[in-house]
Write a protein that binds this ligand. Sequence first.
Ligand SMILES: *[C@@H]1O[C@H](CO)[C@@H](O)[C@H](O)[C@H]1NC(C)=O
Ligand SMILES: *[C@@H]1O[C@H](CO)[C@@H](O)[C@H](O)[C@H]1NC(C)=O
Ligand SMILES: *[C@@H]1O[C@H](CO)[C@@H](O)[C@H](O)[C@H]1NC(C)=O
Ligand SMILES: *[C@@H]1O[C@H](CO)[C@@H](O)[C@H](O)[C@H]1NC(C)=O
Ligand SMILES: [Zn+2]
Length: 402
Amino acid sequence: MLWLVTLGLLTSTLASPLYSRQTSTLPAPGTRGPAPKSEWVAVYEVAKAAGRISTFAPAKLSGAGNPYYPPGVDTGENGFVTDSPSFVHAVAACFGDSDISDAPDGMYGVSFDDGPLPSSPALYQFLQKQNQTATHFFIGTNIVNNPDVFRQALASNAHIGVHTWSHPYMTTLNDTQVLGELGWTVQAIHDLSGGLIPKFWRPPYGDADNRVRAIAKEVFNLTLVGWNRDSDDWCLNESGGSSCGSYGPKSIEDLENELRSWAVGGVSPGIIGLEHELTSKSVGGFINTYAGLKQHGWDARCIPDLFDLSWYLNSPGDSQPIDSSVGIGAGLSSSPATTSSNLDAAATTPSPGTPSSVTSPVAAVESVSQTVQHLASSATPRPAFSSFSVPLAFFVAAGLLA
Ligand SMILES: *[C@@H]1O[C@H](CO)[C@@H](O)[C@H](O)[C@H]1NC(C)=O
Ligand SMILES: *[C@@H]1O[C@H](CO)[C@@H](O)[C@H](O)[C@H]1NC(C)=O
Ligand SMILES: *[C@@H]1O[C@H](CO)[C@@H](O)[C@H](O)[C@H]1NC(C)=O
Ligand SMILES: *[C@@H]1O[C@H](CO)[C@@H](O)[C@H](O)[C@H]1NC(C)=O
Ligand SMILES: [Zn+2]
C-alpha cells in the first residue's frame, strides 16, 4: 500500500514543476517581519557598510494607524524632514524616480494586489481567455495559505511580483524585519514555482522610503512598482457594500464608473492602476470594464511588458530556461562574507519568527483612505492620484523628489 502512495506522490511531483524546489521551511502565515536568512543579512551588512542603505530610523505608527517619522528624522526624500509626534505625515504612495509608477503613453499596466485568494481563479480564467497578462503582487502569507490558487496563477501565465509576507507598513519595520518580509516572499515564490526569482515588488499601502527601497534593491534586486490611478476597489466587500464609509466606491456600479473614467481619460502618461484580487467585486469591476478599455485603444500589458523588461531575475518569461546561477538575495555588488551562493542550497531551518503572531489569511489592502497623504510640490507635480481625495489632511509642501 505504501508503495502506491509513494508512487502517487512521486508521479504528482514529476507531473508538475511546481513544488519541486520546496527546500525551505517558510515562516508561519502572518508572521510580522519574519527573521531573515543569515545569507540575506550578510549581503545586507556589506551594502550597509558600504553606505548604500540609509541609516535613518523607521517610521512609527500613530494611534490612528498612520506612519510618521520621529522628530529629527530626515529621510532625504519627498520633503519628509523633521516631524513631530503631533504632526503625522504619511509616507504612502509617494514614488520616486527609480520606481515604476507611470506607463508609457497609451499603455495600461494591468496589476492586482493581495492574492492569491479564493476570489482569484475567476480573474485568472478571464485574463487567460483574453490572452491578457497581468502582474500579480502576491502576499507570502496568502501563497502558503492558498498554494493551489498560486499554482493556477502560474498555469494561467500570470506574472508574479512581491507584496511582502504579512502586508505591513514597511517604513515602520527595522532593517531586519524588512529583509524578512521581502526575502521570505521571494523564497516562497521561488520554491513553489520551480525556481523563479521575482524582479518587482509593490509596497503595501505604497508605503516605502529610501531605506526600505534600498534594502529591496541592494539585497534582492527588486524594483519598486507603484501606481498612478487608484480604484479603491478594496472598499467593496463580498456583499457589494463598502467598508470605507464616505470614501471610495459604494457599489460595483461606482467602481465600474471609476474604471470607465480611466479608459476615456488622458493617455499620457499611460496608466498603472491599483486594483485588487480581494473579492469577487473587485475582480468583477475589472472584468466588466475590460472590453471598454480595449475599445478605447489601450495597449494593456503586465508591468514588465510595458517596458520590454524580463519578467523575473532568472528567466525571461514565465517559462524555462531558469538561470539557476542566480541566487535569492545575492546582492548587487561585492559578495557577502559567506560563500554560500544560492539559498536553494541552504537547507538550514529558518526561524519562523514569532509563532504567536500567526493570524488568519492576510487579506489586507492598500487602505489609503485613512493614511495616504501624497506630498505635493509646486516644482515637480506628480500625476493626480485619486487618493488625493482622502478625508484626512496632513499635507506638507516641500521639495518633492524630482
Ligand atoms: C487568444 O489567442 C489565441 C491563440 O493565439 C486565439 O486563437 C484567440 O482568438 C485569442 N483570443 C483573444 C480573445 O484574443
Ligand atoms: C528588529 O526588530 C526585531 C524584532 O523586534 C529584532 O529581533 C531585531 O534585532 C531588530 N533588528 C535591528 C537591526 O534592530
Ligand atoms: C458589506 O458592507 C455593507 C455596507 O457597509 C455592510 O452592511 C455589510 O454588513 C458588509 N458585509 C460584509 C460581509 O462585510
Ligand atoms: C539585477 O537585475 C538586473 C535586471 O533588473 C540585472 O540586469 C542584473 O544583472 C541584476 N544584478 C544582479 C547582481 O543580479
Ligand atoms: Zn496590498
